[in-house]
Design a protein around this ligand. Structure first.
Ligand code: B1M
Length: 221
């Protein structure tokens, strides 16, 4: 198979949620010298975008979204060690979670992988994280950054609730807060009082590094 054929097959098999084929094609592509980035950005992510578009049109239902998501997660497990460079110096601690009421985690996991690759220590609280769990984890781990993901317009308001609870616990000045997820915008991040927003995983890494550098410069000034 040529690389173009592998990309096309990966897209098609992710779309129909054929996890064994997606795994096999991912391994084959890597063994054949394809970059993890090409597999991710040219096949897997576009396939999930198409799944979302079909769901919106009523051509796909929740089970189809679920099996496509599982197929993508299997491939991400293969790509994880390749995307995360080893030996990078720790640049900071990043506490991450998908907000209460929301079970989407593929995008969050991808951000985690890229952060780890850039040298962050990532503490992942998982999905459906309630405000009190964010607060308890900040006290326990003392992270530099708290990251919150929301993938539904109905769960985005949890950012504000979480930030309110963090502020009420007297911890707001101690942490940088970043938000993200498919429906989130910079404007929304500003409205809820977050310090940073990113639309994708690589931008999230850049913004996280910038925010830490700025905070450390302010503290030492
Ligand atoms: Co759902 N879902 N889903 N879903 N799902 C979406 C999000 C949706 C857009 C589909 C659609 O209608 N087009 C839609 C939301 C509409 C809206 O609110 N505006 C939707 C819906 C409606 C639902 C349900 C309500 C369906 C139902 O039950 N009727 C339900 C909700 C369940 C719940 O959470 N309570 C539901 C369920 C599910 C599944 C469980 C079946 C499955 C999730 C599997 C899983 O995650 N383990 C699923 C899936 C797979 C999707 C789609 C198809 C794919 C999501 C994905 O993984 N994308 C999605 C459609 C779509 O997004 N086009 C959809 C790939 C991923 C790499 O991208 O998640 O955007 P993304 O992550 C990016 C950025 O957002 C950013 O970086 C990531 C990597 O580049 N980012 C950050 C993420 N977090 C960040 C944090 C940061 C910074 C950047 O800083 C902290």
């Amino acid at each position: 198979m040529t690389h173009d054929e592998i990309i096309k097959a990966l897209f098609d098999e992710t779309l129909v949620g054929n996890a064994p084929a997606v795994l096999e094609l991912t391994n084959r592509g890597i063994a054949d010298g394809m970059t993890p980035g090409a597999i991710l950005f040219d096949a897997l992510i576009p396939a999930l975008e198409e799944v979302g578009a079909r769901f919106e049109r009523g051509d796909f239902f929740v089970p189809e979204m679920l099996i496509s998501g599982k197929a993508m997660s299997g491939a991400l497990n293969v790509l994880r060690p390749l995307l995360a460079e080893t030996g990078a110096e720790t640049v900071g601690t990043f506490l991450m979670g998908t907000v209460k009421g929301d079970v989407h985690d593929i995008g969050k996991n991808l951000v985690n992988i890229m952060l780890e690759g850039a040298g962050f220590e990532v503490i992942d609280l998982g999905v459906q994280v309630p405000p009190e769990k964010f607060v308890a984890a900040i006290i326990e781990h003392k992270p530099d950054i708290v990251g919150m993901s929301a993938f539904l317009t109905t769960t985005m308001p949890m950012f504000k609730v979480n930030i309110h609870e963090i502020t009420k616990a007297g911890l707001r000045d101690q942490v940088i807060i970043m938000v993200g997820g498919a429906p989130v915008t910079q404007e929304y991040a500003d409205v809820v009082g977050a310090d940073g927003f990113a639309a994708d995983a690589s931008t999230a890494v850049r913004i996280a590094k910038d925010l830490i550098t700025k905070k450390r410069a302010t503290v030492s000034a």
